[in-house]
Write a protein that binds this ligand. Structure first.
Ligand SMILES: Cc1cc2nc3c(=O)[nH]c(=O)nc-3n(C[C@H](O)[C@H](O)[C@H](O)COP(=O)(O)OP(=O)(O)OC[C@H]3O[C@@H](n4cnc5c(N)ncnc54)[C@H](O)[C@@H]3O)c2cc1C
Length: 501
């Protein structure tokens, strides 16, 4: 490998012009030497791109990451995961919702909650997170190129900055991690204030008194529950008869019960025919003829891969109708030195999985031994209350004719559940009657997304409920629900055994 002096780490936010100039000399030098400018070039700095770049840098490769202005950290930090989860935390705190069991239904930390109360917290957290990421990139001597990347050929990318200036860079390996944007049906006139997509939530200038959420996917339901908690009258319209059908049915029933309790109306099996904008809001007209007036309509109708501006064809690649790129088990595209990771490759489109895909792709690109992505992917849904699971659902096991027993624990039976005032939470274990291993773990309620990892660890190590029955948990904790649920499953299995002997 020919040694090339790396440009010093820089902060493009403070210095928008200089990096291009400094970089041009590097490009010229490397071009003369006949080597690529970088060993690995990453397009997009979301969780997938970040982890790919850092993994390659740790393997001592010359790495660059291309990102648009003000988007360091990707959708995850700027418009998706982090702002939405911070907003949720602000909602939970300010509404006092989780304390009402103790202090009464009217308990609130703040009487009038305005949008500024929510955005103050999100702006603070997003700012800090961006700093952390910038720091990590520069600490690892990763060159940040500010602009939009576009393929010129399979090894060359044009980085086009805000002023339209173009810098060409070459790389041996390229990792596409350009993520997604909200899909917008052509028939709907989005205006950023009355009719919005999920990005528009962060730009609202007030908390609407009523809202129609079109699409009961994860993002739609998360925002529906946040606004319902704030007191907005929410109507969810969903074309399918169910929502979040990949989750445990019992858990989703519990979620629906809670959301209805927060005055959410569900319209399942209904399709939006038109959305009309009026002075006082918008009228959502359903194909069934129903009309729903609301101050705001939020479309959450899936996401579209950010591939239009990549000129993929110049690299010998193409995306599907939803802008997604197909990859093999090593995240290689049809052109073997070009990889793709994160939301741009589709399901499961989560920050957690994107990070891991990024790391694995970078290892493979750098010829580092690499294992497959773990089969056990936890799913976390930050509704109010939250949901998390790992492994199979009851429906999946039944469809596959895999016998199972359930073990259930309810938070209200735990001292910690009473202390925190969460009496509706629950944990369900799905257990194999043959060897007592865990087949699935489903949690609903406070800290569900944290608790699930105990089950994940046990499952990952091939553990059985015997371990959970014998383990001593701190008291009083929510983790104790593992022991209670394991005992419940054990008792049920014993009963079956007694019958058959
Ligand atoms: C509202 C919302 C809530 C979410 N909540 C969660 C959650 O709770 N948990 C979870 O795990 N996931 C959540 N997600 C999903 C999560 O945000 C994504 O899975 C994750 O961000 C995907 O990471 P990524 O690396 O694919 O890229 P992204 O985060 O999508 O970032 C891609 C980056 O690529 C850049 N880019 C695009 N085109 C180019 C180009 N041509 N040149 C240079 N750069 C380009 C973009 O500017 C962007 O910054 C949520 C998403 C949304 C929208």
């Amino acid at each position: 490998m020919v040694a090339v002096t790396l440009p010093p780490p820089h902060n493009p936010a403070n210095c928008p012009v200089k990096p291009v100039k400094v970089f041009s000399s590097l490009v010229a030098a490397t071009t003369l030497l006949g080597v690529s400018d970088f060993d690995v070039l990453v397009l997009g700095s979301g969780p997938g791109g970040q982890k790919a770049a850092i993994a390659a840098a740790k393997l001592e490769r010359r790495v660059a990451i291309v990102e648009r202005r003000n988007m360091i950290g990707g959708v995850c930090i700027n418009t998706g995961t982090i702002p939405s989860k911070t907003m949720r935390e602000a909602v939970l705190y300010l509404t006092g919702l989780s304390q009402r069991e103790m202090y009464g239904r009217n308990y609130r930390v703040k009487e009038e909650i305005g949008i500024a109360d929510l955005t103050a917290r999100t702006t603070h957290v997003v700012g800090r997170e961006v700093e952390v990421i910038r720091n990590q990139l520069s600490r690892n001597r990763i060159t940040t190129l500010t602009g939009s990347g576009q393929f010129l050929d399979p090894h060359t990318i044009a980085v086009i900055d805000d002023r339209g200036r173009e810098t060409k860079v070459t790389a041996d390996k390229i990792i596409v991690a350009t993520g997604t944007r909200p899909a917008r049906p052509d028939s709907v006139e989005f205006d950023g204030s009355t009719i919005i997509d999920s990005d528009g939530i962060l730009q609202l200038d007030h908390v609407p008194d009523s809202m129609v959420v079109v699409g009961a996917g994860v993002i739609g339901i998360e925002y529906a529950s946040m606004f319902a908690a704030l007191g907005t009258k929410v109507t969810v319209v969903e074309r399918r008869d169910r929502m979040l059908e990949f989750c445990d049915l019992e858990v989703i029933e519990a979620l629906k019960y809670h959301l209805r309790d927060l005055a959410v109306t569900f319209r399942f099996g209904e399709t939006v025919a038109a959305v009309e904008r009026h002075e006082r809001g918008a009228l959502t007209i359903l194909e069934s003829g129903k009309k729903i007036p609301a101050a705001t309509v939020m479309y959450s109708a899936g996401r579209q891969g950010m591939t239009e501006s990549l000129a993929l064809h110049t690299a010998g690649l193409e995306a599907d109708a939803r802008g997604r790129i197909t990859v093999d088990e090593h995240y290689r595209t049809a052109v073997p030195h070009i990889y793709a990771v994160g939301d741009v490759i589709g399901f499961p489109a989560l920050a957690a999985t994107s990070m891991e895909q990024g790391r694995l792709a970078a290892y493979h690109a750098c010829d580092e031994p690499v294992s497959d992505m773990s089969r056990l992917q936890p799913i976390g849904i930050y509704t109010i209350p939250e949901i998390s699971f790992v492994g199979a659902t009851e429906d999946e096991l039944t469809d596959a004719h895999v016998p199972f027993e359930t073990g259930l624990s309810r938070y209200r039976e735990l001292a910690r559940g009473q202390i925190i005032g969460d009496t509706h939470g629950m944990l369900k274990l799905l257990v194999s009657p043959e060897d007592r291993t865990l087949l699935g773990v489903h949690v609903f309620g406070t800290q569900a997304t944290e608790l699930v990892h105990i089950g994940q660890a046990v499952m990952g190590c091939g553990g059985t409920i015997d371990y959970l029955v014998d383990a001593v948990f701190n008291y009083p904790t929510l983790s104790e629900c593992y022991k209670v649920a394991a005992l419940d499953a054990m008792n049920k299995l014993r009963r079956v055994q007694r019958f058959s002997h």
